[in-house]
Design a protein around this ligand. Sequence first.
Ligand SMILES: [Fe+2]
Ligand SMILES: [Fe+2]
Length: 445
Amino acid sequence: MIQVHPNLQEVEQASALQRRLYRTIRETMRAMAGRITGVSNWEAKKLLARHIWLDAEHAEAIRTRVLELRFPRVDVDLEVDKALISVLAKLPSTLTDAEFLGGVYQVIKPAVLAALERYLGQSDPLDDAPSHRVLRTAVTELREELAEFDAWWAAVPAIERDAAAAWLGWLREALENSGSVFGCDSGLVLLDRAGLSDREKYIIPAMPLRDPRWLPAVTQVPPRPPRTPQEQQVWIAIDHVNELWACELPAAFIWHYENMPWSLYRDTARWAYDEMRHAMMGERRLLAYGFDVGVDVPMVPDHWMGICATRGLEAMLFVVHGLEQGGPKWKAQLKSELWAMGDPYSSQDCDYDWADEAGHIRYGQDWLKLLFPAMPKAEIIRRTQEEVALWKEWIADKHRTGQHGYDGFLARIEEKCANMPALPNPEHFQPLGSSAATTSYGLNG
Ligand SMILES: [Fe+2]
Ligand SMILES: [Fe+2]
């Protein structure tokens, strides 16, 4: 039945409410992105990487809608949401994975969901139809996120969940005190309860955390090239799953660099999620071959170890940008080699990975332009080559001197590879030297 009278909500109010929603989703997304390096649990990293992409898409759609409405000030006038933003800036200042994910998924996101639903309930589906379409999508995907979080949370030991309770309580109170997501900013300062509001601002660690279940290693790049088709399948999967490093890097930029243009944050969230997809492609192949990730094959942030630890995040931007420029050629070659050998699964993974790379090269260029606006192109090229050369030398040195930490892994990998089924066309395997593939492990993003 047609509703004769519209729900009443003025454009001015619609715009103000959605602007606050946009800011909440955006700043929560930035906190989640930054904390990907700072959580250790592998499942949590995967969950966060996918959700920052979804959240960035929601924020983008809501922001676009706000700009359509009569309030073209979505990216300025931060004063109006000051209290809320100061609470969200505290989100990653947590001591454990449970505190961080609990805060985001049990305090902030439920408040966002309630705000979205309230908006849909009180605004008019005809007059404000474009908002309804955007917000309904956000509701559906946010429910999915919360269900995924619930499954993760259920696996967290009770002692860790209990230990997070004080932080969640503080956050709930602080959010409430700020005026919450749906409404006007209170302008009030953070509540100080048990010193929780004094926690230091989160900074990106020089070395991302790794799952405590994983065994230690130094390089994820095997110390020798593959000798058989099965080894090549496994070497590629190890390379893929370790693209976790390349997810953590752009995600770290989103947090580390404040007040960047929104479009860059949005693209970078997609970049980070793409790299996590590449990592998950590797994980899926390894599982199919009977390998336990992090136990049978190393999962280590060797790029961070070799670059960030001594030369910082900026140096890593040059390295990732340099490596990604070579990525499409390598992945295209792998796609056809793997297909010819009779491995359509790895071939397809490389095909889709390669499809993402054009975007990544552009995002890298955007960051370089923004962070080094005065640097001439020739200098960017020189610095990129220099940083990539230093990275290659770091890996080569670890392999040459036997400091790769692979001793515990290699024999087990060789044994498992020897038991893998033969490929239909092994003659298409390219032994060392005849293919770029055999020399590019660790050299892509
Ligand atoms: Fe990439
Ligand atoms: Fe990648």
